[in-house]
Design a protein around this ligand. Structure first.
Ligand code: GPP
Ligand code: MG
Length: 286
C-alpha cells in the first residue's frame, strides 16, 4: 500500500485527539448513575417539568428519586428528538452522529425497528455502546463505529435520517452538513438538538457560553450558523423549537443533586440571561 492509499486517520487534528481523550476517560456519575436506572446511557440533557414528588418522601431516598427523575427528563429529550425523524420503516437505515454510549440509537431502534449506525471519535464509547447492543440482543441492528462525523466513510445516499444529539459543538458546521448531505437520501431528514449562542446579543459568546466551551473542550456555534450552513448544503428546515424554557427545570434539579459537576451555574446563567439557547432543528435534504 502506498501512502496515497492509506485511509485518513479518524482523529485528524490535535483538537479532535483532545476531545477523544476527554470522552475515553469520562466515567462521571452524572452519566453512569443515571444510565444505571434503566440501562440506557445518555449523553445529553433533559426536558420537561420536574415531578414534585421528588421533594416529598423520606430524606434517605431523595438522592435516588432525584437521579431517577433526571434520567426520566433525559429520556424525554431522546423521545422528543426521535419524534422529529418522521415516519421510518424497518428497512430504512439511520445514523447517530456523535453517538456517545448509544442511548439515542437504542431509543430509535426500539421505535422504528430499523438499522442504526452510531459513530464516535471515542473508542471507549464505541466499545461501551457495542457491548450494550450485544447485551440488549440488537447487535444485528445497532452498530457503533470508531469514525469521524466529518468523514464518515458511508456511501452516498445511505441514510433516511441522521441526527446529532448535542454533538455539533465539536465540529465545523459547514463541513458537517456537507458530509451529512452526501450520505442522506433525497428527502431524508436531519435533526439536531443543540446548545447555541444567541446572535441577538452580539457576535461573540457570553462568559457563560465560554465557560461551557472550556468545560467540555467544545466550540458552541451561534444560532445563525446552523441555518447558514444548512442552506449552503441543501438542508431545508421544516421545524425549529426553542427548548430553553423546557430544559431549565432539569438544570435546577441537577444543580441541587449529588451528581452536580460544577457546570450547572453557567448553563442556568446563560439560559436565564438569554445568551444561550437550547434548540431543536429538523430539516429535509432536497
Ligand atoms: C452532554 O454530554 C453534551 C455535551 C458534553 C456537549 C456540550 C453540549 C452543549 C449543549 C453545549 P454529557 O451528558 O456527557 O454531559 P455531562 O457529563 O455534563 O452530563
Ligand atoms: Mg449527562
Amino acid at each position: 500500500m502506498t501512502m496515497l492509499d492509506a485511509p485518513a486517520p479518524v482523529l485528524a487534528t490535535k483538537y479532535q485527539q483532545s476531545v477523544a481523550d476527554y470522552w475515553n476517560k469520562e466515567k462521571d456519575p452524572v452519566n453512569l448513575r443515571l444510565g444505571d436506572v434503566s440501562g440506557t446511557y445518555h449523553h445529553h440533557y433533559g426536558i420537561g417539568d420536574v415531578d414534585g414528588s421528588v421533594f416529598e418522601g423520606p430524606e434517605a431516598t431523595r438522592d435516588e428519586r432525584t437521579i431517577r427523575e433526571m434520567h426520566r427528563l433525559e429520556a424525554a429529550q431522546a423521545d422528543f428528538l426521535v419524534d422529529q425523524l418522521g415516519a421510518l420503516a424497518a428497512e430504512d437505515r439511520i445514523l447517530d452522529a456523535g453517538s456517545g454510549r448509544g442511548g439515542t440509537s437504542f431509543v430509535a431502534n426500539l421505535r422504528f425497528g430499523c438499522q442504526v449506525d452510531g459513530i464516535s471519535i471515542s473508542e471507549e464509547q464505541v466499545k461501551f455502546a457495542n457491548n450494550q447492543a450485544r447485551e440488549r440482543g440488537v447487535a444485528d441492528k445497532v452498530a457503533f463505529h470508531f469514525r469521524n462525523m466529518l468523514d464518515n466513510g458511508f456511501a452516498d445516499a445511505t441514510f433516511r435520517a441522521i441526527w446529532n444529539n448535542e454533538s455539533t459543538m465539536y465540529v465545523d458546521l459547514h463541513k458537517l452538513f456537507a458530509e451529512h448531505a452526501r450520505v442522506l437520501a433525497p428527502g431524508g431528514r436531519y435533526v439536531t438538538i443543540t446548545g447555541c449562542y444567541n446572535d441577538v446579543h452580539g457576535r461573540q459568546p457570553s462568559r457563560a457560553v465560554s465557560q461551557i466551551d472550556a468545560h467540555y473542550i467544545c466550540d458552541i456555534h451561534p444560532r445563525s450558523e446552523y441555518f447558514a450552513a444548512m442552506a449552503a448544503n441543501n438542508l431545508v428546515p421544516i421545524s425549529v423549537v426553542d427548548l430553553t424554557a423546557a430544559t431549565i427545570p432539569y438544570w435546577e434539579l441537577r444543580a441541587g443533586s449529588s451528581v452536580a459537576t460544577g457546570i450547572e451555574s453557567p448553563f442556568l446563567t446563560g439560559y436565564q440571561e438569554g445568551s444561550f439557547q437550547y434548540l431543536m432543528i429538523a430539516a429535509d435534504k432536497v
